[in-house]
Write a protein of this length. Structure first.
Length: 949
C-alpha cells in the first residue's frame, strides 16, 4: 500500500490541551497485591487430636494443588526414608547420646587436628636428604599367598611371613623432602590396596615399617612433619582393622535366628567368641614386634579395636601404654608417641573420668623433662648443627596438643599446681610456653603479672624470651588482664621488647602486643609504640624484610581502634605506612585502611582530609590499563566513600574547592569522577534550597561555577552512557538554578555524544529509548535560545537520529513517536509542568501562530520519517505495530481534516498484513467511537465509519 505523501501537512487538533483526570475509585477490604489468607484446619495425623484453625499466608500458586489435597493419601505422611530417620532418632540409645554429649562438651574447643596438621607441615621443613628403610616395596615384588589346609597352618604361615619381613633384606633410600612425602603417600595407598586384596600381612608390614621410621631422628627439623605423615598411615590401618572386625562380628538379637551387623554402640557381650579371638590374634601379632617404638605405635593405632574384647580394656591399655613409653630413651620421640596416644585416646574413650591418662602423660613428660638438656642430646644437636632453642621448638606441637587436651578435662585449680612445678624445674621455658599455649587465655590473663615475672626470670637458653613474650601477648589479646595491672604490664613488657636488638625478635613481639595497646590504652600510648616500631625498623632498612608483620600491625590497629579520625592525625601512623616501599604492598595496606574506616563520620579537618587524600592517591595511582575489572570497581567504591566523608557543612566554597582537588587526584577512575559530578550537582541544589530559589550575586556566581565544574569534568569520563546521563542531569540542575546558558551547553554536549555513538557503544536500544524520552521530557521546560532557531534542541535531536544508520527501524520509530508526543505538549497554551523562575516556551511565545506553525512543520517531518520507516520495514508484525501506534497518534493528536485519509490507510495496512491484534483493533475502534460521541466530533465519527475490521 502506498503511504508516501509528499504534500502531507500535519495540523494539531483545535483543543490539544489535555487535563489529567482521575479514575473512579471503590472501597476494598484487602490490598490486591497482598497474599491470600486462608483458614486451615490441620487434619489428624498419626492419631493426634484435631488441630485448631491456623491463619496462614498462602501463595496464589498453592491454590492450584488445593483440589488434590484430600485425594492424595501420601500428603500428610512422611516419606519412607524420613520415617526411618525419625524412628532411628526416637530410638537413639543412651550410649549414643552420651557419646554425642561427650564429643560436644569436652573437646569441642580444641583446634581441629586437620588445621594443626597443615600448620605443622608448613612450619617444619628441611633441605637435607631424608632416609627411608624399606623391605616390602622392592620393585616387582609380589606377595605369594599359598593355600593352607587348616586355620593353624594359616596362622603359622603369617607368622613366618612376619619373621621373614624382620629378618629379610632391607633397602635404604636417600630422598629429598618432596620425594619423601611422595613415598609416604605411596605407602598409604599401598597399604589400602594390600588390605582390599586380602593381603593382611603385607598391610601389617607397611604399618610396622612406617612406625619404625618414627624412631629415627636423624633430621630433627623435619621430625614433627614426619610424625604427621606417618600417623596418617597408622590411622588408616587402625580404621581398616576396626571395620574388618566389626563386619565379621555379627550377632543374634534376642529371639532372632538371623545374624545382623553390630550397632554403633555395641558392647563386648554382643561380640561372638570367634570375632573376639580374631581381635586377640591382631594384638598377639603386634606383641610379637621386637622393637618398642613400632610396637607401641601400631598398638595405639588399634586401640579402638579393644572394644570387641572387654569394656574396660581401652582405658586399661591406655594406662599400660603410658607406662611403656618410659622405655623410649629419645625424649623427642617419646613426647610424640604420647601425643599420638592422647590423640587416639580422646577418640576411643567417652566418659570424662576415663581421661586420667591425659594428665598421666603430661606428668610423665614433666618427670623426664630434664632429659631434654642431657649431654647426649647436646651431642646430637652438635652433630646436626642445631641450636638448643630451635630444638626446643620441635616439642611445641606435641606438647600443645597434650596440654590442650588436659585443659579440657581439668578445672582451673590445676593451673597453680603446674605453675609450682614450673617454678621448681630448671630450664622451665618450654613448660612455661606450653602452659601459656595450652590453657584458656582467661586463666593466663588473670595471672599475667605472675607469668611475666616467670618469663623475665627464665634464662635457660631453651625457648627464647621473645617467643615467650609473644605467646603471653597472644593470650592477653584474646582476654585482657585486670584493669589495674594493664599499665604496669605494658611498661614492663615494652621495656623488654625495646631491648631486643635483633629486628626479627622485636617485630615478632610487637605484632603480638599491638592489639593489647590499641584496645586498652589511649592514642598517646599507641603513638609512642608506633614511634618505637619505626625507630627499630629503619636501621639497615629492616622493614623490607618484615612487611608481613607490619601489615598485621596496621590491620590490628585499624580494625580495633575506635576513633578513626584520631588515628589519622597521629604523628607516627602515616610514617608507619610510609615504611612500605614496595608499591603493591603499600597499595594493599592503604586499601585495607580505607576499607576499615567505620561509622558515618564526616570531617572537614584539613589534617584528616590530607591524610585521607594521601591514602587515596596511593590507591588511585595503582590503577592502569592492566588493572582487573573487579579491582577497578573496588578502588572506585573506596575512593567514592572517602569523597562522601569530607563534608564542609555550609562552607560550600570550601566543599567545591575539595571537589576540584579530588578531580585532579582521581582522574583515572570513572566511578569517582561520576561521583564528584553528582556531589557538585547536589551542592548546587542545596544552594538553591537555602536561597529559596532567589539567588543573590554571590550564590548565582557559585551555582554557575558548579555548572562549569560539571561541564568540564564529564568529558573526562570514558563511559559514554555515564556521560550522557551526567550531561542531562547537570543540564537539569543548571536549569533548576536559572543558569540557562550552562544548561543549554550541557544539553548540546549530550547531543554530540549521541551523534558519536556506535552500535557497540550504545550498549542497548532499551537504554537509548529510555534516555531519549527523559531528554525530550526535559525539553518541554527548556526555553529556546534567542540566538538560535525555534525548537533548535529538539530539531538537533531529530537530526542526530536521522543520520544514525545503526539504529533498528522499530526503535527509531518509537523515538519519532515520542517526539510527536512532546511536540503535542509544546503546542499547548500552558505546559503541564514548569521550573520556578524559568520561563518556558509557553510563556515566551504565548501560542503565537508562527510558533504553532513551526511545531506543525516539525511534526509533519516526523510523520513522513515514520511513514518511510513503515515502508522500509516491509510486511511483518513490527510494521503493523508501528502503523497502529502512528494511527493512535494521528487520531488523538492531529486534525483529522488533514490526516484522516492517512489514518484510514494506516488502519487498512494493519489489517492487510495479517499481523494485527484484532482484539486490540476492536477496542481501539470502540474507544474512537466513544470519543466521537462525547465530543460530538463529526470527523471522528466519519473516521469510525471508514474503519472496517
Amino acid at each position: 500500500m502506498e503511504l508516501n505523501q509528499s504534500n502531507f501537512e500535519w495540523t494539531f487538533s483545535n483543543s490539544p490541551n489535555f487535563k489529567p483526570s482521575s479514575l473512579p475509585r471503590m472501597p476494598v477490604s484487602d490490598h490486591p497485591l497482598k497474599s491470600i489468607i486462608t483458614e486451615r484446619i490441620p487434619t489428624k495425623v498419626f492419631g493426634s487430636a484435631p488441630g485448631t484453625a491456623v491463619t496462614t499466608p498462602v501463595s496464589l500458586l498453592s491454590n492450584l494443588n488445593q483440589e488434590n489435597e484430600d485425594s492424595d493419601p501420601l500428603l500428610h505422611e512422611l516419606d519412607p526414608l524420613s520415617k526411618m530417620a525419625a524412628e532411628a532418632e526416637s530410638q537413639e540409645t543412651p550410649a549414643i547420646k552420651s557419646i554425642k554429649e561427650a564429643d560436644s562438651n569436652i573437646f569441642h574447643q580444641m583446634e581441629p587436628w586437620i588445621s594443626r596438621r597443615a600448620s605443622i607441615l608448613n612450619k617444619y621443613t628441611t633441605s637435607e636428604r631424608l632416609s627411608i628403610v624399606t623391605s616390602f616395596l622392592v620393585e616387582g615384588e609380589k606377595v605369594m599367598v599359598k593355600a593352607q589346609s587348616t586355620a593353624i597352618d594359616k596362622v603359622q604361615h603369617r607368622l613366618k611371613q612376619l619373621d621373614s619381613f624382620e629378618e629379610g633384606s632391607q633397602h635404604r633410600l636417600d630422598l629429598s623432602q618432596s620425594e619423601y612425602i611422595t613415598k609416604i603417600e605411596q605407602l598409604n595407598k599401598e597399604l589400602v590396596v594390600a588390605w582390599n586384596t586380602d593381603q593382611r600381612v603385607k598391610a601389617l608390614k607397611i604399618a610396622i615399617q612406617c612406625a619404625k621410621l618414627l624412631g629415627d631422628s636423624e633430621v630433627l627439623s623435619f621430625y614433627p612433619s614426619k610424625f604427621v605423615l606417618i600417623t596418617d598411615i597408622l590411622d588408616t590401618f587402625g580404621k581398616l582393622v576396626y571395620e574388618r572386625l566389626r563386619a565379621k562380628a555379627t550377632y543374634l538379637k534376642p529371639g532372632s535366628k538371623t545374624p545382623v551387623p553390630l550397632p554403633e554402640d555395641f558392647t563386648p557381650d554382643m561380640v561372638s567368641d570367634s570375632a573376639k579371638e580374631t581381635c586377640l590374634n591382631w594384638f598377639y601379632k603386634i606383641a610379637s614386634i621386637r622393637e618398642l617404638v613400632p610396637r607401641i605405635y601400631v598398638e595405639i593405632a588399634l586401640l579402638n579395636s579393644y572394644k570387641f574384647i572387654a569394656i574396660d580394656e581401652c582405658s586399661e591399655s591406655l594406662q599400660r601404654v603410658t607406662d611403656m613409653i618410659h622405655g623410649i630413651g629419645n625424649p623427642l620421640v617419646a613426647v610424640y608417641v604420647r601425643c599420638y596416644l592422647c590423640k587416639v585416646g580422646i577418640t576411643v574413650l567417652r566418659q570424662k573420668p576415663e581421661f586420667g591418662f591425659l594428665i598421666a602423660n603430661f606428668a610423665a613428660f614433666l618427670e623426664s623433662y630434664q632429659h631434654i638438656f642431657s649431654r647426649g642430646i647436646k651431642g646430637e644437636l652438635e652433630k646436626q648443627n642445631m641450636e638448643l632453642p630451635a630444638y626446643i621448638t620441635l616439642y611445641t606441637p606435641a606438647l600443645d596438643f597434650i596440654l590442650e587436651a588436659v585443659n579440657c578435662v581439668v578445672n582451673e585449680s590445676y593451673l597453680p599446681n603446674l605453675l609450682n612445678i614450673c617454678k621448681k624445674k630448671k630450664n622451665s621455658s618450654l613448660i612455661l610456653n606450653t602452659i601459656m599455649s595450652g590453657f584458656k587465655p582467661a586463666y593466663i590473663s588473670d595471672r599475667c603479672m605472675e607469668f611475666l615475672n616467670m618469663i623475665l626470670e627464665s634464662s635457660d637458653g631453651g625457648v627464647p624470651m621473645y617467643h615467650l613474650l609473644r605467646t603471653l601477648g597472644l593470650c592477653i589479646t584474646v582476654c585482657s588482664p585486670p584493669p589495674d595491672q594493664r599499665r604496669d604490664i605494658l611498661a614492663i613488657v615494652w621495656r623488654q621488647i625495646s631491648s631486643f636488638s635483633h629486628p626479627d625478635e622485636y617485630i615478632t613481639c610487637a605484632e603480638a602486643w599491638i592489639r593489647f595497646v590499641v584496645e586498652c590504652f589511649t592514642s598517646r600510648e599507641l603513638n609512642f609504640v608506633l614511634g618505637d616500631i619505626i625507630e627499630h625498623m629503619l636501621p639497615n632498612r629492616s622493614f623490607e624484610k618484615h612487611y608481613s608483620e607490619l601489615k598485621l600491625i596496621i590491620s590490628k590497629i585499624v580494625n580495633h581502634f575506635q576513633d578513626f579520625e584520631l588515628l589519622l592525625i597521629m604523628d607516627n601512623f602515616l610514617p608507619l605506612v610510609d615504611l612500605f616501599h614496595e608499591e603493591s604492598i603499600k597499595v594493599e595496606v592503604c586499601k585495607n585502611i580505607l576499607i576499615s574506616c567505620r561509622g558515618d563520620f564526616k570531617t572537614n579537618d584539613p589534617v584528616i582530609t590530607n591524610a585521607l587524600m594521601f591514602l587515596c592517591s596511593t590507591v588511585h595511582d595503582s590503577v592502569n590499563a592492566l588493572t582487573p575489572e573487579d579491582e577497578y570497581k573496588q578502588i572506585g567504591e573506596i575512593l567514592c566513600g572517602v569523597v562522601r566523608r569530607v563534608d564542609y557543612g555550609r562552607d560550600f566554597e570550601g566543599q567545591l574547592a575539595f571537589f576540584v582537588e579530588a578531580r585532579a587526584a582521581f582522574s583515572n577512575v570513572d566511578i569517582v569522577l561520576a561521583e564528584l559530578v553528582q556531589q557538585v550537582n547536589t551542592l548546587s541544589v542545596s544552594t538553591r534550597q537555602i536561597m529559596k530559589g532567589t539567588h543573590n550575586r554571590k550564590t548565582a556566581d557559585f551555582v554557575r561555577a558548579c555548572a562549569a565544574y560539571c561541564f568540564i569534568t564529564v568529558p573526562s569520563i570514558l563511559s559514554e552512557k555515564t556521560r550522557l546521563e551526567l550531561y542531562l542531569l547537570s543540564g537539569q540542575v543548571a536549569l533548576f538554578n536559572q543558569c540557562l546558558g550552562q544548561a543549554d551547553a550541557c544539553f548540546r554536549a549530550a547531543l554530540i555524544v549521541l551523534s558519536n555513538l556506535s552500535e557497540a557503544s550504545a550498549k542497548s536500544d532499551a537504554f537509548l529509548i529510555q534516555y531519549v524520552k527523559k531528554y525530550l521530557s526535559t525539553l518541554v521546560v527548556v526555553p529556546d535560545n534567542p540566538d538560535r532557531r525555534v525548537l533548535d534542541l529538539l530539531k538537533s535531536l531529530v537530526s542526530v537520529f536521522t543520520e544514525c544508520s545503526w539504529i533498528k527501524p522499530e526503535y527509531l520509530g518509537i523515538i519519532y513517536l515520542s517526539v510527536i508526543d512532546v511536540l503535542t505538549v509544546l503546542a499547548q497554551e500552558e505546559y503541564p509542568y514548569h521550573i520556578d523562575k524559568v520561563e518556558s516556551n509557553d510563556a515566551l511565545y504565548g501560542s503565537d501562530p508562527k510558533f504553532i506553525e513551526e511545531i506543525n512543520k516539525a511534526c509533519s517531518v516526523i510523520v513522513k520519517q515514520i511513514l518511510m520507516l513503515i515502508e522500509d520495514v516491509g510486511p511483518c508484525r513490527k510494521q503493523s505495530q508501528l502503523a497502529s501506534e502512528l494511527f493512535v497518534k494521528i487520531t488523538t493528536r492531529g486534525d483529522l481534516s488533514r490526516t484522516g485519509i492517512l489514518a484510514i490507510k494506516l488502519w487498512k495496512l494493519c489489517l492487510q498484513n495479517g499481523y494485527a491484534d484484532r482484539n486490540f483493533m476492536v477496542k481501539m475502534k470502540m474507544s474512537i467511537q466513544r470519543r466521537s460521541e462525547l465530543k460530538e466530533n463529526k470527523k471522528l465519527q466519519q473516521l469510525v465509519d471508514n474503519l472496517v475490521i
